[in-house]
Ligand binder design. Structure first.
Ligand SMILES: Cc1cc2nc3c(=O)[nH]c(=O)nc-3n(C[C@H](O)[C@H](O)[C@H](O)COP(=O)(O)O)c2cc1C
Length: 201
């Protein structure tokens, strides 16, 4: 039976949560520790979501990101059609949904969010949805680099809005108090590390 604090943490990590805008010059800090993310996209009344471990911040101001999106993914079809995507940083509490989003395609599914037990929320600057229950979000507009996408499946994008759950990130710093709120770091085959102890040099 989870105790009161665990229940609170679980609720914090999985239910509709608060979002506070992150200063764009600090947006890189949402990805700098290397979390696996959920990539979401939408176009023409369709939406989709997939897992992506191969992502990184690319610049401070204006902030940019890089993410590998395989040609076979339906998410890529929607990103190429819309020129937009959202990176959401899922916590440990969503590990099963992350694995589900990373192991099935939404191409022929009525709605992959529902299929994976994920909820979407509207973004502020892009048509792609945010993923509820995550701890941070980056709204991104693709910087077209067709050769890079073709040769390396690599997408670059500018971050046009960034958000974080103030329970775990505020004033440019992570302050994670509960295990269920830690972000995920993929190793392989559904094995992850959770973000560990802070170390201040
Ligand atoms: C933990 C995890 C990390 C993944 N990271 C990536 C990644 O960085 N890039 C990628 O193209 N696919 C990655 N995948 C695979 C996609 O998420 C997978 O192909 C997904 O089914 C695509 O879904 P879609 O066709 O609905 O877009 C990952 C899968 C898992 C489980």
């Amino acid at each position: 039976m989870p105790n009161h604090h665990q229940q609170q943490a679980q609720q914090q990590a999985t239910g509709p949560n608060q979002r506070v805008a992150v200063d764009l010059t600090k947006a890189y800090r949402l990805l700098n520790h290397g979390p696996t993310v959920l990539v979401s996209a939408a176009h023409n009344g369709r939406r989709n979501v997939m897992a992506a471990a191969w992502n990184m911040p690319l610049d401070f101001n204006p902030p940019k990101v890089a993410v590998v999106i395989d040609k076979q993914t339906y998410t890529r079809t929607l990103i190429e059609a819309s020129g937009e995507f959202v990176l959401s940083v899922p916590p440990v509490a969503l590990v099963h949904q992350v694995v589900a989003a990373g192991n099935q395609t939404g191409r022929d599914a009525p709605d992959k969010f529902e299929a994976c037990g994920l909820m979407a929320a509207p973004a502020s600057m892009v048509g792609a949805p945010l993923v509820e229950g995550c701890v941070a979000w980056l709204e991104c507009k693709v910087l077209p680099e067709p050769a890079m996408a073709e040769h390396y499946d690599l997408f670059l994008a500018e971050v046009v809005a960034a958000w974080a759950d103030p329970a775990v990130f505020s004033e440019g710093r992570w302050h994670i108090a509960h295990d269920a709120q830690r972000s995920l770091h993929h190793v392989a085959g559904g094995a992850f590390f959770a973000t560990g102890q802070p170390v201040q040099a």
